[in-house]
Design a protein around this ligand. Structure first.
Ligand SMILES: *Cc1c(COP(=O)(O)O)cnc(C)c1O
Length: 353
């Protein structure tokens, strides 16, 4: 057994995919399953597809190519604006991409002509979160130029909130997309197939009946992979949680004082840490560190175990209040949030099962 290791419960992921697909279907919304959070770990991707997700999206070409290599042949979209350096791969391996730069879309068009393919573009509109996207007032102009490009199909518009600016999804920001689509359709006499309204944070909006009518796609990662919603900090009603469990082993177990002994300077990461004196505590060191994941991203499944801190390779736990019989060699289990999942699935030190 190699440790640290994550255990992905693909049955739970499949159930979550079914749940999300069914919730969205009731409102005429299609789900693009987002695989970046789990580094496109193939068993998890297959579970998403088994749960009824019809198409996939990922932010990294490496992940997309690994899915193609594994024989996954559903439409896959690149959901980060393509780099000029990856245009050829985008045309070869994806069905479409999210875009906001005419220069990039022109390059996609040129390569698509050469490779005799048609590439679908979802034009991202910045509805206020100030990450990617064309500002609403500039959308009509850029659309006119996109429509002139050969081998590019303007599939629709997309928006993203709750990422950089933490802007909450709302009726207003989803309505912005719908209104723009209506203007484009009447001005250019075309039909936009897809209005991609957002991510997991939009599910709550849908549930409250506050999503603008006309949105017909959501791009969902977290709700399927973890069963949670970072916006409400809760699990999605009816979803399975603890879909992924991290396990590692205790390598030292000793009773030690809670304040370091000697003059205090900077720690291994240049920080000065203030330690509270809580007397002698039973401390377990587990084989896991900041090189594997950030401390904020994981928490012990047993809530009586507290994380005291970590350096690159060692995590120190206070197990004084833990009722389990912990010894050197014991396995400690953790669950994780989206950030923890990202860290752990990209670490080459963490085995995936
Ligand atoms: C990551 C991402 C998503 C999915 O977000 P979740 O919170 O995992 O549902 C959707 N769209 C874009 C552009 C993303 O980068």
């Amino acid at each position: 057994m190699q440790l640290p290791s994550i255990y992905v419960d693909t049955k739970k992921i499949q159930k979550n995919a079914e749940l999300v697909v069914n919730i969205c279907k009731k409102s005429g919304i299609e789900v693009m399953g987002i695989t970046k959070g789990i580094c496109a770990f193939i068993p998890a991707v297959k579970a998403m597809l088994d749960g009824g997700v019809p198409k996939l999206g990922d932010s990294r070409m490496i992940n997309i190519i690994s899915m193609r290599d594994a024989g996954i042949d559903v439409p896959i979209y690149l959901i980060r604006i393509p780099m000029m350096a990856e245009i050829e791969n985008v045309i070869k391996f994806t069905y479409g991409s999210l875009n906001s730069e005419l220069t990039v879309i022109k390059a996609l068009s040129e390569k698509a002509v050469i490779l005799n393919k048609v590439h679908k573009v979802i034009l991202m509109v910045d509805v206020g979160d100030l990450r990617e996207g064309v500002l609403p007032e500039n959308v009509l102009d850029i659309v006119e130029k996109i429509l002139e490009l050969p081998n590019i199909e303007l599939e629709g518009l997309g928006a993203n909130v709750g990422c950089y600016g933490g802007v909450l999804p709302s009726y207003e920001n989803t309505k912005t997309l719908v209104d723009l689509a209506i203007k484009i359709e009447s001005k250019y006499k075309i039909q936009l197939k897809t209005l991609s309204g957002g991510s997991t944070v939009n599910l709550d909006l849908l549930d409250n009946g506050e999503m603008a009518l006309g949105i017909n796609q959501l791009r969902i990662g977290e709700a399927i992979l973890l069963g949670t919603d970072i916006k409400t900090l809760k699990s999605i009603p009816g979803a399975e949680v603890n879909t992924i469990v991290l396990k590692t082993q205790v390598i030292e177990l000793k009773v030690k004082p809670s304040r370091p002994i000697g003059e205090i300077g900077r720690d291994a990461f240049g920080k000065i840490v203030d330690f509270q004196d809580r007397g002698n505590r039973k401390r377990a060191i587990v084989a896991l560190g900041k090189q594997d994941c950030g401390l904020d991203g994981i928490s012990p499944m047993d809530s009586s175990i507290k994380i005291l801190g970590a350096s690159s390779d060692h995590m120190i736990l206070d197990v004084t209040d833990c009722e389990l019989e912990i010894q050197v060699g014991s396995i400690i289990e953790f669950n994780m949030d989206y950030g923890g999942m990202l860290d752990l699935t990209t670490s080459k030190y963490v085995e995936k099962n």
